[in-house]
Design a protein around this ligand. Structure first.
Ligand code: DX5
Ligand code: ZN
Length: 229
């Protein structure tokens, strides 16, 4: 089973541009329909925003919802752990069905060691970096991750304004870490997504620019068109 999970993250690695809807602003009262609508819109992976109300001032969901989403779709599940103590939950999120687990550089733990632990579970290991956090001093962690998530908003809420500091980090990482997949998250929409691609991202997390729209298919088509413009 673990080999299959590794292939999920490697499936994403083969794709030039992947829009990942962030399951934060979706209708949690009807996940089955929401996920079917996203698949119908051509979505190839989902981004799950797990928040603990401690690392970020918002509280969303944990393993039971990840497991429920796993039962609803075969799409790769890119799980963003905005939690203070991911060490305690790595095995459980993998068991729930995560295909990649992204932890934050800002937590009070040995991030490099945790990234190794995540990879030992056979899933993709991601490192998220908040807008105010520089890349300096992260080399040990960067040596151990499959993807880097450059936050273009302060994590915790959807619908915030895009912070272009993420573009500088993407460019820096594109040059220094050509083998690491680059992901951007926060305020990504039809006007900001192209700059993110040009800066080096291939994974684009989108919340309100999809879930704030009446029709997911046209919202995704607009994002894909902007990527190619
Ligand atoms: C913020 C989350 C993002 C957010 C994106 O903490 O990590 O994934 O939901 O939402 P938008 O695209 O609306 O900024
Ligand atoms: Zn996120």
């Amino acid at each position: 089973m673990e080999d299959l999970k590794t292939r999920a993250i490697d499936r994403l690695r083969q794709l030039e541009s992947v829009v990942l809807p962030s399951l934060l602003l979706c209708d949690f009262g009807d996940l089955k329909t929401e996920i079917a609508r996203l698949e119908q819109a051509g979505i190839q992976a989902l981004h799950l925003d797990v928040m603990d109300g401690h690392f970020v001032p918002n509280l969303t969901y944990g393993m039971p919802i990840v497991a429920a989403i796993r039962r609803l779709t075969q799409l790769p599940l890119d799980v963003h752990l905005m939690i203070s103590n991911p060490r305690q939950y790595i095995a459980e999120f993998v068991k729930a069905g995560a295909d990649s687990l992204t932890i934050h550089a800002e937590i009070e733990d040995d991030v490099a060691e945790l990234l190794d632990m995540i990879r030992q579970h056979g899933v993709g290991a991601g490192l998220a970096v908040n807008p105010a956090t520089p890349l300096d001093g992260l080399d040990a962690a960067l040596d151990r991750c499959d993807l880097v998530l450059a936050m273009s908003v302060q994590p915790g809420f959807g619908g915030q304004k895009f912070n272009p500091v993420a573009l500088e980090k993407l460019q820096q990482l594109r040059a220094s870490r050509p083998n690491v997949m680059l992901e951007v998250d926060g305020g990504v929409n039809a006007t900001t997504i192209r700059r993110c691609k040009e800066a080096g991202a291939s994974l684009f997390v989108v919340g309100s620019a999809i879930f704030g729209q009446p029709d997911y298919e046209s919202a995704v088509a607009e994002l894909m068109a902007a990527l190619e413009s």
